[in-house]
Design a protein. Structure first.
Length: 84
């Protein structure tokens, strides 16, 4: 497929992985942290995310680490491994 079609396939598969593996809060933190759907390629800082949720930077870091662990160990991650 061409580049734009491939990018859309990746976006769809990543969105599906996040929504089926993570809690809504974890999903949102990961989306904000890595700039997915927010128009910021570099994502938000832990402090910025914390202020949006009304949580501390440390709490957001813990949520992020929990979410990343779930993504690394999920059998669903094979959906996106094919793009690596």
């Amino acid at each position: 497929p061409d580049d734009s079609a491939l990018a859309e396939m990746i976006r769809h598969d990543v969105q599906h992985l996040l929504s089926t593996t993570l809690t809504p809060q974890e999903h949102e933190v990961i989306r904000m942290r890595f700039g997915l759907d927010y128009g910021r390629q570099d994502g938000l800082t832990l402090t910025e995310i914390g202020s949006r949720f009304g949580l501390s930077r440390q709490t957001i870091a813990h949520i992020e680490q929990t979410a990343l662990h779930k993504l690394r160990t999920s059998y669903r991650s094979i959906m996106v491994e094919k793009y690596l």
